[in-house]
Design a protein around this ligand. Structure first.
Ligand SMILES: [Fe+2]
Length: 467
């Protein structure tokens, strides 16, 4: 039998061990309450759909790869872009207001490019200006039996309590999985405009950067891009820098094909710019352009953030390609130098959410920042910060490179939810204080949200959300 004092010593020793174990767990961050989804995606090969999956539309020289984006800073213009394969004519778009007869013609600027052994068709960009807010328009391209008709709706006038719903997709590509993600999004009638976080066609994953893949991608997504604006962000698969092929102009195919209204936000490059839409102020950054001190992007963002008037556009959203916070082994810390450069500004200006792609899985963080570290003070861990954005990685479009399923274990405490599946998201802005974010994995029906989160606006309602 043990004496009372020996029993006491043993209890004390056990308590001491338990204390040190708890301390260790705290130090390693293993006491996380984030969720790593138990959903296991069935492994499937990711190959691109054959080149003839999305054939050109019928008719001689029929306009194809039609896509629209916002054409000015506050939503009263639309840039319509399309390709005519054989000749430049007709080079205009005709538009009219639904239920009205008066038609208007807008001429296009035409460009084309060569990439190694590829020559593009005639790429048209036409900016339709002075549209009415919150109005449906029809537009027509082409001529004769190759005439094609589409429609779009302009956003409501910019204002603090204007509800508006965005779709969010990243790293889409053109595989069977890409098609599932895309069709899943299209089946949801809620999305009014798309926030696309980069990596479009993945043409550069093919021999000689086969630029026919840019054409097939344009035809693949036309079902949505011709009818609602896609706000474009450039990813690494847009760079197409291939000196071995004699191609030394970065972003050549992307910049010829996808025009954005960068001058309207005083940007000097289409790779970073901003637009206001309904109650949102959207800032697009370029992970693959210089952003160090004194560079054009740095100087632009420094002036841009103070311009945001939260009384007019309460929701401040940043799009970029390479995530700043992510707990996947793939591309880990590639966004770190950009984070170090810009994160203090985003926290100071209370950005609501940062959307990124690049990592081919889904992840949502808690509100954290890591802005105190100065090399010598040792404060290198992210900490809870009510002024910080939520970071969402949504590079899970389903492209040719497959899923990123190497999560870092244990799950770091700043990670709220992560899952190695393909899908898309919807951001429903309700008013100046509340927005509902939902993530939809491809295996579920559209109404099912595998992850959802009510976002509280950082300017008007900076309360803590549940994780
Ligand atoms: Fe990427």
């Amino acid at each position: 039998m043990l004496s009372k004092s020996k029993l006491g010593d043993m209890v004390a020793a056990v308590n001491l061990v338990a204390f040190f174990l708890l301390l260790l767990l705290n130090i390693t961050g293993a006491r996380s309450c984030g969720v790593t989804s138990p959903f296991v995606r069935k492994p499937q090969p990711s190959v691109d759909l054959s080149l003839d999956t999305f054939p050109p539309p019928p008719g001689y020289n029929a306009p194809e790869q039609v896509h629209i984006t916002q054409g000015d800073h506050d939503g009263r213009s639309v840039i319509v872009s399309w390709v005519t394969p054989l000749e430049p004519h007709p080079k205009f778009v005709t538009h009219w207001e639904a239920n009205r007869k008066t038609k208007h013609k807008t001429h296009s600027m035409i460009t084309s490019y060569k990439y190694y052994n590829y020559s593009s068709g005639y790429i048209h960009h036409a900016t339709i200006k002075r549209l009415k807010y919150d109005t449906k328009y029809f537009y027509e391209l082409g001529a004769g039996n190759a005439t094609r008709r589409f429609s779009f709706s302009t956003p409501p006038k910019v204002g603090p309590d204007v509800p508006y719903t965005f779709g969010i997709i990243g790293d889409l590509g053109q595989t069977v999985d890409s098609n599932k993600t895309f069709e899943h999004y299209v089946s949801n009638s809620k999305g009014q405009a798309m926030l696309f976080v980069g990596d479009l066609s993945y043409a550069d994953d093919h021999l000689l950067h086969d630029n026919r893949r840019w054409d097939t991608w344009g035809r693949f997504v036309e079902k949505s891009t011709a009818y609602q604006p896609w706000i474009w962000t450039a990813g690494n698969h847009e760079i197409d820098f291939a000196p071995e092929l004699g191609e030394t102009v970065p972003f050549k195919p992307y910049l010829h094909r996808y025009q954005v209204p960068y001058k309207a936000s005083q940007s000097t490059s289409p790779l970073w710019y901003s637009v206001k839409r309904a109650s949102a102020y959207i800032i697009v950054l370029s992970s693959y352009s210089a952003y160090g001190k004194y560079t054009p992007q740095y100087e632009w963002l420094k002036k841009e953030l103070p311009k945001v008037n939260r009384a007019e556009t309460p929701w401040l959203i940043v799009l970029l390609h390479s995530p700043w916070y992510n707990t996947n082994g793939y591309h880990y810390m590639e966004g770190e130098s950009m984070r170090v450069t810009f994160e203090p500004w985003l926290v100071e200006h209370k950005v609501d959410v940062v959307l990124a792609g690049h990592v081919h899985s889904y992840e949502r963080t808690k509100r954290v920042s890591n802005v105190k570290y100065n090399i010598t003070n040792g404060l290198s861990s992210p900490v809870k910060d009510h002024s910080a954005p939520i970071y969402i990685t949504i590079g899970d479009g389903g492209n040719i490179e497959g899923i990123a399923n190497r999560f870092i274990e244990p799950q770091p405490s700043y990670s709220a939810y992560r899952e190695a599946s393909f899908g898309h998201a919807i951001l429903e802005i309700k008013n100046r204080t509340h927005a509902l974010f939902t993530w939809h994995r491809n295996q579920d029906n559209e109404p099912v949200a595998a992850d959802s989160k009510w976002l509280f606006n950082r300017h008007w309602y900076p309360e803590e959300e549940d994780s």
